[in-house]
Design a protein around this ligand. Structure first.
Ligand code: DGJ
Length: 728
């Protein structure tokens, strides 16, 4: 029998501290997750752990209830369990003992003297645990990234010869009860990541995603914060599940004086039966703590920026042809678009849906990934080659996980369609789901993609996914297979990236319905929404940035009249909105006037000039009381420069509007301020006196900009003012 471990573990980075209690061989219990504790001795940390053991009160179990990262019913915890499952009704309440703790890869047994309680410090730990009675093994990994972002995952192993059915595996982090406001997200097609806030009460705030994809309505990030927390103020704790299949996030508060933030994959009935010695590995559960939401976001941003394989080259200004041509794939028209695009500075040209066999509208063709000779008699070469000659990269749209019944593939392999029972799932956008967990189906799709990527010079895939997974079972028995489908999708992405190291992938799902850190470990940006109306996009992009940095958020300039909402906007409002993301165009440029094209070219130049800053700096969303206005910015890591934008959403109740403050600057530095405005000046612009002074070279102290601020210029609704600050 292995020795049990008797230690505390302390991780601290970038202002975040996490103290875990693993004494007496128990699974780690979070003593503290929040602000860094600083230089405390082992003895001090031990006394904090002891000081945080709850008293035994009437009518509860006769020992203090200890809540570990995998909250255990066997420990007296009566909230949502970390592990739920059984072996035909047995082994349903495991009690694990820990052995073999490793910290930064080194076994704890090398670090601890026999029988001594001590504190292990590092950035990464893993442990092995077992329950001999339940015949289950457990591996837990937890890391604190350089940004202070924590992530943890567990692997459960069935050590019996009898199968074990796993129903749930959740990892949960306790959060102080003072964090009593919940923030998470909702949404729908074309209006993703709408924030919702309410007060936490006893019970569970449960967000389940049962769509087989992340979902436009996904919780995205489930936060608990101190009352009135904002972008800059108030402590906030949050969790996010890095997974693109079915999932669950929850905040749970018990009368016991404990509240937790948890997350895990949502498994369908009987979906995960572990055979003898088989294991299940959970997705990573991410946990970000910060003072204010910007701080929480910054930890995710830095983590994503540091991920190995993250495309390092500047994010190319992109033209996607979808809203320009839809299914009208006419070579001359597309060549015309490419010529204009190159002339105004576009660096990547993406051919969207409609190029493959039988695809004239959205009712047929998915699965037949052959260039349609009826539309493209010479293949894609005439377009790809011209795009390349014009100095642009070429990108192509795929929807690898889907199939239309009206396709050669469905006619020859109806058994590859996901279904349960002797019936087909209800259609959605006339399509069904192709079961990539079937090896032959996977290989067919992979080979088609590999062949196309090898034949043409394609460096970018827009990877779409346009329906929920309903009745997503494996034929003929119909067992649920969302988990396997998600894993197969990840495998396919990984395999393609391995074969084509230059390849970038955009994660799209009916717009922004696949935005999570599971897919973002292997993709290079997301398409945040099919709604390109800048008024909507200001909000969608602002809240998408709660999880991912601006350079991963595809943001385009569309036609003046939005295809989704019918609203009309000036070019400056459209381009000024796209400027703060991964900038692109999705507009029939043949309909754009010469003046528009010249202005667009100027915005592209501005994007190219500022993207170094925009894509490496810290995102700031300035707290401001007036809901008619948004203020956002990006401040460089060394605080030497920043780009800010005043976004006029509506008319204000105030006239004049009063002051605004600029946050995130260096209070010790002095800044010069210049307004950057390609094209016409904003409609209704009335400038305060400081504008002229700034133009004449006035310099402002960082401290003053933050504490005193500047008077807001007046402008009409749906206008932006972009300005740059440079330290002198
Ligand atoms: C949904 C995407 O979000 C759109 O941008 C476009 O690619 C269409 N699918 C194509 O079918």
């Amino acid at each position: 029998m292995k020795q049990t471990v008797d230690a505390l573990i302390y991780l601290e980075t970038a202002g975040v501290g996490l103290l875990l209690d693993c004494r007496d061989g128990r699974l780690p219990e979070v003593v503290h997750w929040g602000a860094a504790l600083g230089q405390l001795s082992d003895q001090e940390l031990l006394s904090l752990a002891v000081a945080n053991v709850a008293p035994v009160v009437s009518n509860m179990v006769d020992v203090p209830v200890r809540v570990s990262l995998l909250s255990a019913h066997s420990a007296g915890w009566v909230g949502r369990p970390g592990i739920s499952g059984s072996r035909e009704g047995t082994a349903w309440s495991p009690r694990f003992s820990v052995s073999d703790v490793r910290i930064d890869g080194v076994a704890a047994s090398h670090l601890l003297d026999d029988g001594q309680q001590a504190v292990l410090r590092g950035q990464r730990f893993s442990l092995e645990a077992f329950d001999t009675e339940a015949q289950l093994g457990l591996q837990l990994e937890l890391e604190m990234a350089n940004s202070g972002l924590i992530r943890a995952r567990a692997e459960l192993r069935n050590q019996s010869s009898q199968p074990y059915q796993l129903d749930e595996l959740n990892l949960a982090f306790p959060v102080p009860l003072a964090a009593e406001e919940v923030l998470d997200f909702a949404g729908h097609w074309g209006k993703e990541r709408i924030p919702q806030r309410h007060k936490m009460t006893v019970g569970t705030h449960l967000r389940e995603g049962r769509k087989g994809r992340t979902g436009a309505d996904a919780a995205t990030l489930l936060c608990l914060g101190r009352p009135n927390f904002s972008f800059q103020q108030g402590e906030v704790w949050s969790v996010h599940l890095g997974f693109s299949g079915n999932h669950r996030h929850y905040a749970e508060r018990l009368y016991h004086g404990v509240q937790l933030l948890g997350a895990g994959e949502l498994l369908l009935p009987g979906e995960l039966r572990l055979a003898a010695q088989q294991s299940y590995q959970s997705p990573w559960v991410y946990a970000s703590y910060g003072r204010g939401l910007d701080d929480v976001a910054a930890r995710f941003h830095q983590f994503l920026r540091e991920l190995p394989g993250r495309a390092a080259k500047p994010r190319p200004a992109t033209l996607n042809v979808w809203e320009a041509v839809y299914f009208d794939h006419d070579l001359e028209r597309l060549l015309g678009l490419a010529e204009t695009a190159a002339r105004i500075g576009i660096e990547r040209f993406v051919l969207d849906d409609g190029w493959f066999l039988g695809r004239r509208d959205d009712s047929a063709g998915l699965g037949d990934w052959f260039v349609d000779p009826a539309l493209w008699p010479e293949g894609l070469s005439p377009l790809v080659e011209r795009v390349r000659e014009l100095g642009m990269e070429f990108g192509l749209w795929f929807e690898p996980e889907m199939i239309n019944l009206d396709s050669e593939l469905a006619r020859s392999h109806p058994e590859w369609v996901m279904a349960t029972g002797n019936r087909l799932p209800v259609e959605s956008r006339h399509q069904q789901v192709l079961n990539l967990a079937i090896p032959e189906a996977y290989e067919f799709i992979r080979d088609r993609m590999v062949e196309l990527l090898a034949e043409y010079s394609i460096t970018y895939i827009k990877w779409d996914h346009n329906r929920d997974l309903i009745d997503a079972g494996r034929q003929p028995t119909g067992e649920p297979s969302v988990h396997e489908q998600t894993m197969a999708t990840y495998r396919l992405m990984d395999e393609l990236k391995e074969r084509f190291p230059e390849l970038e992938i955009e994660s799209c799902s009916s717009g922004g319905a696949r935005v999570d850190l599971g897919v973002l470990e292997r993709t290079d940006r997301v398409w945040a929404s099919d709604c390109i109306d800048p008024l909507e996009r200001q909000q969608i992009d602002r809240w998408t940035a709660q999880l991912i940095p601006p350079e991963l958020i595809g943001s385009h300039v569309a036609s003046a009249r939005s295809h989704t909402t019918g609203r009309r906007h000036d070019l400056a409002f459209r381009a000024g909105t796209a400027l703060f993301g991964h900038f692109g165009i999705e507009w029939d440029l043949s309909a754009a006037s010469a003046t528009d094209l010249a202005e667009l070219a100027a915005w592209i130049r501005l994007y190219q000039q500022e993207r170094g800053l925009l894509h490496s700096g810290r995102t700031v969303r300035v707290d401001h009381a007036d809901p008619s206005l948004l203020i956002r910015g990006v401040v460089s890591a060394d605080h030497s420069e920043a780009l800010f934008e005043l976004v006029y959403l509506d008319r204000s109740e105030l006239a004049p509007r009063g002051r605004f403050q600029l946050t995130g600057l260096d209070p010790e530095k002095r800044y010069r301020l210049s307004v950057l405005a390609p094209g016409d000046q904003p409609h209704g612009l009335v400038v305060p006196a400081w504008f002229a002074e700034a133009e004449a070279g006035a310099v402002y102290p960082g401290s003053g900009l933050e504490m005193v601020g500047l008077q807001l210029p007046e402008a009409s609704p749906e206008q932006v003012i972009v300005f740059k600050l440079s330290a002198v």
